[in-house]
Design a protein around this ligand. Structure first.
Ligand code: DC
Length: 234
């Protein structure tokens, strides 16, 4: 008999608002893989640290803080907890995104979360994982079986992210304007691309998918096609 096949890692990176979460969840569901939203981990650390009154730009403060926290997901990656407190709702605001973008530039926070992500990714109990973020293909899993870099033009990403803040089932119209979302994305992207520690960039061996003119299903089908090419699936 063959040795147990190792678990598969599919790395999905790209800028804010490109659709990483939507796409990653669908791919994970289709193959019953785990789903890990690493942005949610950076957001959760930022919220928990700011609740403690810590300055999110000071590495030494965050280094101490990271020693005191335990982070885990529930409901197949859709809920995130820090020290058993459910922060899933609170991480989904523009402010949380901004705070996460700041604290994620600190080496202490990155080292802490990257090692956690590496453990979650090669979980022997699962057949595979779809992990999304900014540095999954370049740093966290340089050896991922498949690396995807999603991109889309800025207007499209702004529109998509604005939609995230105004779900169709919301009873009140979103108070966030397109301009505010555009500023949020531009500020975060610049910081995420220009920071010293694992900046956002495409891995050399990643497949680039420009999603500007593609539907969600079309993007998923392209990824499934790449999985076949790489013989990850039959
Ligand atoms: O994907 P997101 O918008 O939830 O991510 C929030 C912030 O976290 C983003 O501005 C940059 C940071 N981040 C990161 O530095 N590395 C990752 N792998 C994921 C997110």
């Amino acid at each position: 008999l063959n040795a147990k096949t190792k678990s598969i890692v599919i790395a999905i990176d790209g800028p804010s608002g490109v659709g990483k979460s939507t796409i990653s969840k669908l791919v994970a569901k289709r193959f019953a893989y785990d789903y890990v939203d690493t942005g949610a981990m950076y957001r959760a650390v930022a919220i928990a640290a700011s609740d403690k009154g810590l300055n999110l730009d000071i590495d030494s403060a965050l280094a101490e803080f990271c020693k005191t926290i335990e982070i885990h997901f529930e409901d197949n990656g859709t809920k995130v907890f820090v020290n058993d407190v459910d922060l899933s709702e609170r991480i989904r605001t523009p402010k949380a995104g901004e705070q996460a973008s700041r604290s994620s530039a600190l080496p202490s926070v990155r080292d802490f979360l990257i090692s956690l992500q590496q453990k979650m990714g090669r979980d022997p109990g699962s057949s595979g994982v779809v992990m999304e973020g900014r540095d999954i293909g370049t740093i966290v899993f340089k050896d991922a079986e498949l690396k995807i870099y999603l991109d889309a033009d800025e207007k499209t990403r702004t529109r998509r992210r604005h939609g995230d803040y105004s779900p169709p089932q919301a009873t009140q119209a979103s108070s966030i304007t397109l301009d505010e979302v555009e500023n949020e994305l531009a500020g975060r992207d610049k910081r995420d691309r220009e920071r010293k520690h694992s900046p956002l960039r495409m891995a050399e061996n990643a497949a680039l998918i420009d999603t500007t003119d593609l539907t969600i299903d079309e993007v998923v089908e392209r990824i499934v096609g790449l999985m076949k090419e790489k013989e990850i699936i039959a």
